[in-house]
Ligand binder design. Structure first.
Ligand SMILES: [Zn+2]
Length: 171
């Protein structure tokens, strides 16, 4: 009689996905400006919200957004998490911070890394700025920004996050 075997609880099965991303006109403009080192959004002609990255229409009003707005690479932490678990294939050593950052001039956030900070001191309303890679390395990707890092500026009140104007950059 053979020994009873333990239940199988884990099966490792590598999955590879190869895909092409067709940007569409609004994201293509966003990515083109990103390659020039410029963050842009689009303003809704009805509600005036500025979206980054723009998808070509306002999800609230359902109207096209065609006016491009140049945004700051300074922003405010809207929310964040401290990642403590290593992610397979990700070269970044935990613990590290992933934050939702609202760039000045926009009304919504995007996700990016936050570094050069004390993780336990990161907080909502904290001011941050992008650290860009050298221009020679810029492509059509948010990876042009290595990460965001804290700015020595006063915090933004929670109800003011996503409502800051861009000074001197509006196109
Ligand atoms: Zn709108």
């Amino acid at each position: 009689m053979s020994e009873p075997q333990a239940d199988v609880t884990v099966v490792k099965s590598p999955v590879y996905l190869k895909y092409r991303f067709t940007a569409g006109s609004a994201p293509a403009r966003f990515l083109g400006r990103l390659k020039e080192g410029v963050l842009t959004g689009q303003r809704c002609p009805r509600c005036s919200n500025v979206y980054i990255p723009a998808r070509g229409s306002c999800p609230a009003c359902g109207v096209p957004t065609e006016k491009e707005v140049v945004l700051s690479d300074k922003g405010t932490v809207q929310s964040f998490t401290i990642v403590s678990i290593p992610i397979p294939g990700n070269p970044i050593e935990p613990p590290y911070i992933v934050a939702n950052i609202v760039p000045d001039g926009a009304n919504i956030s995007f996700i990016h890394l936050l570094s050069e900070c004390v993780n336990e001191e990161v907080h909502i309303g904290q001011r941050v700025q992008a650290l860009w890679k050298p221009a020679a390395e810029w492509g059509y990707s948010m990876d042009n920004i290595r990460y965001f890092r804290p700015l020595d500026e006063p915090d933004v009140a929670v109800d003011r996050i996503g409502k800051l104007p861009v000074t001197g950059l509006e196109s």
